[in-house]
Each structure stands twice: as C-alpha cells, then as structure tokens.
Design a protein around this ligand. Structure first.
Ligand code: AR6
Length: 170
C-alpha cells in the first residue's frame, strides 16, 4: 500500500509526526535553514547523538544521499532522520542523489517503525535546487517507494515552495 501524501505550509518543527526529516550537511553538526531550526527547537540531545554518530559509524561524515536517525529531543516527534541533499549543479545531474535522500529516509523510517513522516524541501535552500525540479523528484520518489509509512507530509516553508509541490501533486 502506498502512503498518503499531504502538504502543509509552515515550520516543520511544529509538526506532530513520528519522524521529521532534516536537510542536514555531512558534518551532522548543525547549520542554518531547516537544520538550524530543528536543532534549536529540538534541543541539545539531537546534537549530542549526532556527535556520537560522528565518533562511530560516520567518522567521515554522512555521505550525500544517505540517511540516519537520532532522537527528536524536545520536538513533537520520536525521531529526526538526517539526510544530506546534493548541492545543485547546472553542469552535473545529481537528481539520483536527491531521490536517494527521500528513499533512504523512508527506509530508515521503516526500520524505526515510523508511520508518519514529514519532509522539508531538501536541497532547495542553501543548496540551490530549483523548486519545481526538486518537487518533481521528491514527489515522484516517495510515490514510487515501497514503504510501510502511512502518511508522508511535505512541510513547505513559503508560498513558492508550497505552490511548486502542489502543482506536482495535481
Ligand atoms: N521548516 C520547513 N522548511 C524550512 C524551515 C523550517 N523551519 N526552514 C527552512 N526551510 P535549507 P538545503 C526550507 O537551506 O538547501 C543547512 O545549513 C527552506 O525554505 O534548510 O538542503 C544545512 O546544515 C528550503 O525550502 O537546506 C546544510 O548545510 C528548504 O527548507 C544546508 O543548509 C531547504 O533549505 C542544506 O541546504
């Protein structure tokens, strides 16, 4: 059975879901954008688990397109699933890496037993991915994924992102 897709406009850190996906960077040690918001609102427990991951499985950092879970700290979620989107390049097609972020995040969600998962628009901020194309990749990938997750929510921060994803869901 495939998951129901829902769009909401607003701050992903306000959602009550089993798992919130973070558009992180390889260091796993925080940053700006949605990553900064998740760490700020979720509190220091998340960073502490990220540091443990860097000291163990991910000594060289989390590779682009991969995903790993930590606690969600004080967020209204059980887990944060960190994934690293590709930086957009006009010269090189990195779509498979962006698709992989979505697939891997859902694979980790399945391992955890998460039934409701929220994604931000990965790579569309600092990493520069054009919104329409990112929406196409994100929606098509989660639709095609085989997962036990029942509800996937895309949390879009502003009107432009919301409209790009809404156009893709029609
Ligand atoms: N809730 C939902 N979406 C948000 C929020 C929020 N609270 N805040 C921003 N967005 P970005 P990236 C949107 O830059 O492009 C970080 O520094 C934002 O409007 O957060 O994957 C990391 O540490 C945009 O549409 O992530 C990395 O270094 C989308 O989230 C780097 O940025 C993604 O923007 C990752 O860049």
């Amino acid at each position: 059975m495939s998951a129901t897709l829902t769009l909401v406009q607003g701050d992903i850190t306000r959602l009550r879901v089993d798992a919130i996906v973070n558009a992180a960077n390889s260091s796993l040690l925080g940053g700006g954008g949605v990553d900064g918001a998740i760490h700020r609102r979720g509190g220091p427990e998340i960073l502490s688990e990220c540091r443990d991951l860097r000291a163990s499985r991910y000594g060289k950092g989390l590779p682009t397109g991969h995903a790993v879970a930590t606690t969600a700290g004080r967020l209204d979620a059980r887990w944060v699933i960190h994934t690293v989107g590709p930086v957009y390049s006009p010269d090189e097609d990195r779509s498979q890496l962006l698709a992989s972020c979505h697939r891997e995040a859902l694979r980790v969600a399945d391992e955890l037993g998460a039934r409701t998962v929220a994604f931000p628009a990965i790579s569309t901020g600092v990493y520069g991915w054009p919104l329409d194309d990112a929406a196409r990749i994100a929606v098509d990938t989660v639709r095609a994924a085989s997962t036990a997750v029942e509800e996937i929510t895309f949390a879009l921060f502003d009107d432009r992102a919301y409209e790009a994803f809404a156009a893709r869901l029609d």
